[in-house]
Ligand binder design. Structure first.
Ligand code: ADP
Length: 220
């Protein structure tokens, strides 16, 4: 049996000030899954995604990503794990304004130490993959919201991560563009990428293979 790509074992996260954002959460996600984390605002979804993405450490409990116990890794080793194995997509795209989209996507490989020429080739291939092959010289402000999110998805997958984490990727988009981004994620999933997506859109969540409902810091 292969180890799961994500394993949370009784994870709690308390923030200074006394908010327990995650309360004794256990979760297992296997390779190749496409999971929606659903729940109202404040239920702990983003906190969980940050912990899974190794952007933050838990107050207690164990987290294993791709078999690595993150508590045993130094900050430097965690950065390497993130750079090589995890791709992130956020609600607000986080693209660099004024730089063409090939550069934006290629920057997703900077921390993996890929030389510039290869970065450009891989970025172009990723943009073709998300349907933006005819927009390569465009800058973010020349694209629609849905297209910008496609660029962000291309940047997240350009390094061929084992895990794609998306925090409300459709939250800033109209319904049609949002559906397009979900279709794109479904295509990546069918090609083998493990995907975890946060959404408070019940309709989107209902269309995905697995839902993890959260409330008050717990999986319910
Ligand atoms: P969701 O993503 O479901 O909206 P969050 O994980 O963002 O929920 O937040 C869960 C709870 O933790 C909320 O009560 C929120 O106010 C609190 N919280 C989130 N981030 C911080 C932080 N950095 N410091 C203190 N409290 C936080």
């Amino acid at each position: 049996m292969t180890a799961p790509v994500i394993e949370l074992d009784r994870v709690t996260k308390a923030y200074p000030g006394g908010v327990t954002a995650l309360d004794d959460v256990s979760l297992r996600v296997d390779y190749g899954e496409f999971v929606a984390i659903v729940g109202p605002s404040g239920s702990g979804k983003s906190t969980m995604l940050h912990l899974i993405g190794t952007l933050d450490r838990p107050s207690s409990g164990e987290i294993r990503i791709d078999g690595y116990d993150v508590a045993l890794l130094s900050d430097r080793q965690l950065s390497a794990l993130r750079a090589r194995r995890i791709g992130f997509v956020f609600q607000h795209f986080h693209l660099a304004a004024g730089r063409d989209i090939v550069t934006n996507v290629g920057d997703g490989l900077l921390y993996a130490g890929v030389p510039e020429k290869e970065r450009t080739q891989l970025a172009e291939a990723a943009l073709v993959r998300v349907g933006l092959g005819d927009r390569l010289t465009h800058r973010p402000h020349q694209l629609s919201g849905g297209e910008r999110q496609r660029v962000a998805v291309a940047r997240a997958v350009v390094g061929d991560p084992i895990l794609l984490l998306a925090d409300e990727p459709t939250g800033n988009l109209d319904t049609a563009s949002g559906a397009g981004v979900i279709d794109l994620l479904s295509e990546l999933h069918e090609a083998g990428t493990t995907i975890l997506v946060i959404t408070h859109d019940r309709e989107i969540a209902a269309g995905l293979p697995r839902q993890v409902p959260m409330r008050d810091g717990r999986v319910v």
